[in-house]
Design a binder for this molecule. Structure first.
Ligand code: ZN
Length: 423
């Protein structure tokens, strides 16, 4: 994952343009994806897809002709969607087009202006402080013309009518944790889940944040409402912080309960926060018209780490080790959700006479303790097999793990005492 992240890190991503194409092209070398193009000017709900933005070069020269700022050195230097300009101006005037962050004075802040025609350079506060009075030549060779917004999907069809969505965004330029770590984790999740024997279908989305997600939801509005079981927005998964889960807006969402459970079983540092209408693409998924069960699973939550939206969110800020830990956490949640189910007894009146089915004995070795445990687990399941209680509830009530209970449940299904509700 880190290698792929390193390779894609320098691309000049934005919500449209060649950086997005390059990114999707690179992802398509890893996994099969289907791209969807939406023309500039297309109306999607209350939004209009903007023109496509591309940059050839962007520089600031001093009066001696020295290049003092060059987009080629760091694409964060140029505010995303900056308009073209070729002009000479005083420091005072130039400063009205410079964005700095005095609270993080040595870092380049990340800034965008997708829907207003502006241009700006984003520079470290301490660099700007040292700039002397001079006539500066500004050259931004960029285009904003009709083109396409592109998003892409990978899909694993397990023959279910319900699907799980892993949503990542591909619009941030050279930042490693915000956006890109989620992209490489999503690619790896596809690879891990492709040949697993799973019940739900899985969709993996690579889309420009907000407008791209709105396009995806617009194109799939009926299907996604009826098909989506749950979703996770994958971002900020490469840093060393503990895990944070932001709940889906629907408080009853099963995914909220599953993550809670997995976190409680984990040795990692974890935190659960309630839904709020700020942040990433959960804002669209959880909007009232959709109200989908989509949460966000990060390590340090976006906007809660000092490096966020600056040049310090760089390749040193993330690691393969952290990405792998995050991948394992995603997989645990995904597998737990797969295991969880509701079930009912074929004959629900009183207990079955378990000896009749040879259900007081274990098949393998194990001493008396094992035998007792299995019998107890069977009794928990048989008693709660009411078609309403799910395995997760029994795990929490009984203290037995979801995996152990699943094994016992399967044995009871095998001998025909229990019938599983279909998903
Ligand atoms: Zn961001």
């Amino acid at each position: 994952m880190y290698k792929l992240l390193t390779e894609m890190f320098p691309y000049n991503r934005s919500i449209t343009g060649d950086g997005v194409r390059e990114t999707l092209n690179r992802i398509s070398k890893e996994i099969p994806i289907k791209e969807t193009c939406i023309k500039s000017g297309t109306k999607v709900f209350d939004w209009t897809v903007p023109n496509e933005w591309n940059v050839n070069s962007a520089k600031i020269f001093n009066s001696k002709g020295d290049v003092i700022v060059d987009f080629a050195d760091n694409n964060l230097f140029l505010m995303s969607y900056s308009s073209p300009i070729n002009d000479t101006m005083s420091l005072q005037e130039l400063k009205t087009h410079i964005i700095t962050d005095s609270t993080r004075p040595d870092w380049v802040p990340y800034s965008t202006s997708y829907y207003e025609d502006k241009w700006a350079f984003c520079l470290p506060y301490n660099f700007v402080k040292e700039m002397v009075d001079d006539n500066y030549k500004v050259e931004i060779d960029a285009t904003k013309i009709a083109g396409d917004l592109i998003y892409a999907e990978a899909f694993i069809d397990n023959g279910s009518n319900k699907e799980i969505l892993i949503s990542s965004y591909i619009c941030h330029p050279s930042m490693a944790n915000d956006s890109l770590s989620g992209v490489v984790l999503t690619v790896q999740l596809y690879k891990e889940l492709k040949n697993s024997n799973l019940g739900y279908n899985y969709r993996f989305l690579f889309t420009p944040e907000t407008i791209g997600t709105i396009c995806f939801l617009f194109n799939n509005r009926d299907k996604i409402k009826s098909n989506l079981e749950y979703g996770l927005v994958a971002t900020c998964v490469g840093d060393a912080g503990g895990f944070t889960y932001k709940k889906a807006r629907n408080k009853e969402a099963d995914i909220n309960r599953i993550v809670d459970y997995i976190f409680s079983e984990s040795n990692a540092k974890t935190k659960v926060v309630n839904f709020s209408p700020f942040g990433s693409d959960e804002r669209q998924y959880c909007s009232p018209g959709f109200d989908l069960d989509v949460g966000v699973l990060t390590r340090s939550m976006y906007s809660c780490f000092p490096e966020y939206h600056t040049s310090a969110d760089n390749l040193q800020f993330v690691s393969e080790e952290n990405l792998t830990e995050s991948l394992q956490m995603y997989l645990k949640i995904i597998y737990a959700y797969e295991i969880n189910c509701k079930f009912y007894r074929r004959n629900p009146f009183c207990e079955p006479q378990m000896g009749k089915y040879n259900m007081y004995r274990t098949t393998g070795g194990g001493g008396e303790d094992t035998l007792n445990t299995e019998v107890q687990q069977r009794m928990w399941i048989l008693n709660y097999a009411d078609g309403k209680t799910d395995l997760l509830t029994i795990a929490k009530e009984s203290g037995y793990s979801l995996e152990d209970l699943k094994r016992v449940l399967d044995s009871l299904i095998d001998i025909g005492l229990i019938i599983k509700e279909s998903n």
